[in-house]
Design a protein around this ligand. Sequence first.
Ligand code: GLN
Length: 227
Amino acid sequence: DTQSSAGDKAVIVMGTNAEFPPFEYREGDNVEGFDVEIAKKVAEKLGVELQIEDMLFDGLIPALEAGKIDFIAAGMSVTEERKQNVDFSNGYYEASQVIIVTKDNDTIKGPEDLKNKKIGVQLGTTGDAEAQNIEGAEVVQFNAGFAAIMDLQNGKVDAVVLDSEPAKNFAAQNDQIKILDVELTQEEYAIAVKKGNTELVDAINSVLEEMKNSGEYDELVKKYFTA
Ligand code: GLN
């Protein structure tokens, strides 16, 4: 899917997976969210039009490496493994993986209880990697966190491991699920560029700094993280 307001101007392409509220989600034909607002600022700074490519999360790094997109803004956590393939901007958000279960579940109370359980995750995410490390767990990979939540509700998986903010978002709209009060990981989101693209990463870092200094960053936090 392509979203563009391009006229004659040069274009910069953001790759994302719009299944990750409040960082990116579909609103009608548009992709909106916290990451989109940052990306708009980057495009503005560079004097180019922003185009958004919505794709599967695990296709983002290959698309970046192939030059199909210029940067990834997708609530992507910095990991050593990803650093082998992309360069990251400075971090812009601290996040964690959390465990989601149905409200009536009183057997899964923490990570220890996930052993030998069926765990839903979003394919290719840090939550996926984390779940794979749990002893005896059967990890079920979904293309979207929302689909994992649906299967949780239908009893097809025992728990879902997901990033904290989308988890809160889904929980706010679904009174049958709850988030356990324990963080499985500490992660930091950053914007990824193709290895060696220092020009773009420098521009992104100055935008992030400007947004923090001007108070715009805090405004966005207020706008998108109400829960
Ligand atoms: N933060 C997680 C990761 O980087 C999930 C991101 C996402 O699903 N958009 O893997």
